[in-house]
Design a protein around this ligand. Sequence first.
Ligand SMILES: [Zn+2]
Length: 269
Amino acid sequence: MDCCVCTSMPLILRPPRNSICGACYEGARTIITMINNLETQKTKPNSTNNGSSPASRRNSSKTLDDCIRIWSEQMEIFNEQKEDLGFLRGIVAAFKEQIHTDILVKPGSHGLPIPAHKFVLATRSEIFKNMLECDECKAAPNNQTITIPDLNHEELSSLLEFLYSGTLPEQTIGRDVYALSRAADKYAIPHLLRYCERYLLSSLNTSNALETLEIADTCSNQALKETTLEFLVKNIEHVVTSPRFEAFVHRNPHLTVQLVSRAFANGSK
Ligand SMILES: [Zn+2]
């Protein structure tokens, strides 16, 4: 059928406005649904929304024209964020290229130290800030090192990369998530703690759930601990017969008691 939207006819010869082909009709419906979903997601975290904000007004029924306007607004925000990120990347480059670094951060077990910037450490962690403000550090301003004994060189490098960039490659977080969770908890870096938590939740499976439970317990992350316990209870047969369960029991008698009693309670329901 002739379509008033996708026709190549000049304006004056176009079919009437109510003749639209299936592809244009479906395309328009898809765009409207997509924008509606995006808008719903945007308003969800703010449950105190009183219904008069621009976002909630937009949640009423939309035309394709509304969608194009919302999409343009989103593109504007996206471009601004891209600019902000580009600006921040300068700090990452200062770390990677070791420009004007003023402190050496040493890993445990005699690993090679990594040059960094005091202001980054101090702004990302209150604990680092206090460490840098101690009398010893102030007394030797030209030869400063701090030691992070719990991390090896690779893990420390990942921690520093995160402190500068706020993110990590999938492979790096996958490799160091347990060490980084402990470091985030010990050195009070809440953003890293949430980042690790999201990764642990998204990758939870029967071969890593016991380790995830241990880390949730160490970091006193009650929400992560609950989710992992529930997951373990659902998969209890698989878990107790796995070779790593015995070592887990030795290391964590208190968690074993919690897990087993919950599995029993669940089984008796
Ligand atoms: Zn069409």
